[in-house]
Ligand binder design. Structure first.
Ligand SMILES: O=C(O)c1cc(=O)[nH]c(=O)n1[C@@H]1O[C@H](COP(=O)(O)O)[C@@H](O)[C@H]1O
Length: 233
């Protein structure tokens, strides 16, 4: 079940589909986030599903429970494989999300909660967001809230994934962005890890965007991350 998820942070469907055409018969697990979804809407998810991709629909829902439940009902029609809400919402909100996303046959996608963004440092969290705890404690606390709500897991950096797995259990899914090869540019990411570190820690999915989408040879870059994380082609 472990995999590399490519963050398709593109402006429009044409660019996204042209990018994915390079992968030919290989159908990578892809993330549809705010950038492309706010331009193209549900049709891009339908198109990618029809082409055989698994989808992480990353819209980080955060609102009152009733609104989140209704929005999740709408999104469940797109049949995403993974979908997220923001853990800064309450446990009640996360429970409502889970209820809303239930498919007609009673099954659900993997629902996860985004904890502290990988672009946030502990210093910013402590002094700007006024959360007076360590990054590990904060992420673990959000993870426990997500577990209480019945969610399958969280989004965090690999740096916190280890304590989350040890405390909550190995089946609790960790999806980890902020992945860079050693000595590569961090862009706006702060809590970064290499795919090798993520593999050692035992995260379930790594999310990789710009290091693949902006690479000179995206297919080769994808295989580099795949090999480093899964140890196979
Ligand atoms: O929810 C996410 O996917 C997410 C959470 C987080 O804490 N950090 C984070 O970077 N992401 C997403 O993961 C992707 C990372 O992209 P790159 O920094 O280009 O590899 C982006 O699409 C972000 O929206």
């Amino acid at each position: 079940m472990k995999d590399v998820i490519i963050a398709c942070d593109f402006k429009d469907a044409k660019t996204t589909l042209n990018f994915l055409d390079q992968f030919k018969n290989k159908k990578p697990f892809v993330k549809v986030g705010m950038e492309i979804f706010y331009t193209e809407g549900p049709s891009i998810v339908r198109e990618l599903k029809a082409r055989g991709h698994k989808i992480f629909l990353d819209l980080k829902l955060h609102d009152i429970p009733n609104t989140v439940k209704s929005a999740m009902q709408s999104l469940s029609n797109l049949d995403p494989d993974i979908i997220d809400v923001h853990a800064a919402g309450t446990i009640e909100m996360m429970r409502a999300a889970l209820e809303g996303v239930t498919r007609q046959d009673g099954t659900k996608p993997i629902v996860v909660a985004v904890t502290q963004l990988t672009s946030t440092s502990q210093d910013i969290m402590n002094h700007e967001l006024l959360i007076p705890a360590s990054m590990e404690e904060t992420v673990l606390h959000y993870a426990k809230n997500a577990q209480k709500a019945g969610l399958s897991g969280i989004v965090c950096s690999p740096l916190e994934a280890e304590i989350v797995k040890k405390t909550i259990g190995n089946n609790f899914v960790t999806i980890t962005p902020g992945i860079r090869l050693a000595n590569a540019m961090k862009d706006d990411q702060v809590r970064v890890s290499t795919p090798e570190q993520a593999k050692r820690i035992g995260t379930d999915f790594i999310v990789v965007g710009r290091p693949i989408t902006r690479a000179e040879d995206p297919l080769a870059a994808y295989h580099t991350f795949l090999n480093a994380f899964l140890g196979e082609e």
